[in-house]
Design a protein around this ligand. Structure first.
Ligand SMILES: [Zn+2]
Length: 170
């Protein structure tokens, strides 16, 4: 399997290791987020063994990721987050079989909206494709990101939340 790694997949997971049977992909931005010695050494070793490859997502997919982030209200995505999403969009478009590995809730929500499959390693298993969605009971606007005081920025009403099933995963 080809795994697309987000920085959180490695940093937050003390049990993370690269398997020689698999292939791994990440972006330069993700690589730069690996700051601790142990994690850096892991990644450098995997690069040397050629099981990890660093990709630079095509410009078109970075633009697409930015546009979609704006549309879905995912404003807190970092440059590294967006690079992972862009590469996921590119891989999907190229028909590659892959799984994104991320513990970042914003990235997961984004991937769900694009029907890109992922693993959340801290849970140790494929996360169910169920997500919480905040919405304003008055204007019905949906929010994936946390809002100030948990209120609708337009109506000032306390947001409600509900479980939403966005896609299936076997
Ligand atoms: Zn509202």
């Amino acid at each position: 399997m080809l795994y697309l790694l987000d920085a959180s997949a490695i940093i937050n997971n003390p049990y993370f290791s690269f398997s020689k049977k698999d292939k791994y992909a990440c972006t330069l931005e993700v690589l730069h987020e690996l700051k601790s010695f142990e994690v850096k050494a892991l990644a450098e070793n995997a690069l040397k063994m050629k099981i990890l490859r660093v990709y630079r997502p095509k410009h078109k997919y970075i633009k697409d990721a930015e546009k979609m982030a704006k549309r879905h209200g995912f404003e807190r995505l970092s440059k590294a987050d967006l690079s992972v999403i862009a590469l996921a969009l590119q891989f999907k478009n190229e028909g590659k079989q892959f799984l994104v590995v991320t513990d970042d809730y914003s990235i997961q929500n984004f991937l769900l909206t694009e029907s890109v499959e992922y693993l959340a390693p801290v849970q140790g298993k494929i996360k169910e494709s169920i997500s919480f969605e905040r919405f304003c009971p008055v204007c019905k606007k949906k929010f994936f990101e946390k809002q100030r005081n948990n209120e609708c920025p337009d109506c000032g009403i306390r947001l409600s939340s509900r479980r939403v099933k966005l896609s299936e995963h076997n």
